[in-house]
Design a protein around this ligand. Structure first.
Ligand code: GAR
Length: 214
C-alpha cells in the first residue's frame, strides 16, 4: 500500500512538482493545500488531478484557530505524512504535536545553521564556501528538528543569491522525493529526536568552522 501524503504549499510549488514528477509508486499525494489562493503550485496539482484546498490564514483571528482548522482539513484526507513544501507559516506547538513524527519540511540551509528566511543572502554575506539544504522532521522550533537528509553545494565566487538559489533548488528537488521514498519504504524512524535510517542513527556534521548564521 502506498503512503498517503498531504502537501502544504504557499507559492511556486517547485518542490511539490518534483515530488509529483517522481511518480513514486509508494507515494500517493492525496491532496495539496495552500494558505494562498494564488499559489502557482495549485495549478500544477490541478493538472495532475490532485484535490486542492485553499485555507486563507488571514480569515482567522489567531494562529491557533488557523492551525486547528488546517489540521481538521488535513485529517479529512487521513494522511500518513504531511509534507511542508514552501509552506511559509510558523506552526503552533499544538499543530506540530498533532503530527509528531509525521510532519516534514525542507529548508534551504545546512541546519541547524541559517534557520529562518533569506538563507542564500545570509550565506553569501557570511562568506562561507559551502551551502546546502535539509529535509527534517518538524518540531516546535522554527526550521529546527532532526535532519533526515542533507545536500551540500559549493558557493562559487561569482554567485549571487539567485544563482545560488537556482543551483540549490536542483538538490532540493532530488532530496525531497528521496526522503519521502525512504519514509514510504518504512526505513526511517524518529525516536526521541534522533532519526534512524535502516536502524542506524543518522548524524550530519557541519563543515569545519561553519557559522550558525545568527
Ligand atoms: C524552497 O526553496 C524551500 O526550501 C523554501 O521555500 C522554497 C519553496 O519553493 N522553504 C523554506 O524556506 C522553509 N523555511 P517551492 O514553492 O518552489 O517549492
Amino acid at each position: 500500500m502506498s503512503l498517503r501524503v498531504v502537501v502544504l504549499i504557499s507559492g511556486r510549488g517547485s518542490n511539490l512538482k518534483a515530488i509529483l514528477e517522481t511518480d513514486d509508486p509508494l507515494v500517493d499525494v492525496c491532496a495539496v493545500i495552500s494558505n494562498r489562493a494564488n499559489a502557482k503550485g495549485l495549478d500544477y496539482a490541478h493538472s495532475c488531478n490532485i484535490p486542492t484546498e485553499v485555507m486563507d490564514h488571514k480569515k482567522f483571528n489567531t494562529r491557533f484557530d488557523f492551525d486547528a482548522a488546517l489540521w481538521q482539513l488535513i485529517d479529512t484526507y487521513q494522511p500518513q505524512l504531511v509534507v511542508l513544501a514552501g509552506f511559509m507559516r510558523i506552526l503552533s506547538p499544538e499543530f506540530v504535536t498533532h503530527y509528531q513524527g509525521h510532519l516534514i519540511n525542507i529548508h534551504p540551509s545546512l541546519l541547524p545553521a541559517f534557520k529562518g528566511l533569506h538563507t542564500h543572502e545570509r550565506v553569501l554575506k557570511a562568506g562561507v564556501n559551502i551551502h546546502g539544504v535539509s529535509v527534517h522532521f518538524v518540531t516546535a522550533e522554527l526550521d529546527a528538528g532532526p535532519v533526515i537528509i542533507q545536500a551540500q553545494i559549493p558557493v562559487l565566487p561569482e554567485d549571487d543569491p539567485e544563482t545560488l538559489a537556482t543551483r540549490l533548488l536542483k538538490e532540493e528537488h532530488r532530496i525531497y522525493p528521496q526522503a519521502i521514498h525512504w519514509i514510504a519504504e518504512k526505513r526511517v524512524q524518529l525516536v526521541k529526536q534522533q532519526v534512524f535510517l535502516d536502524g542506524k542513527p543518522l548524524s550530519y556534521v557541519l563543515p569545519d568552522n561553519y557559522p550558525m548564521g545568527d
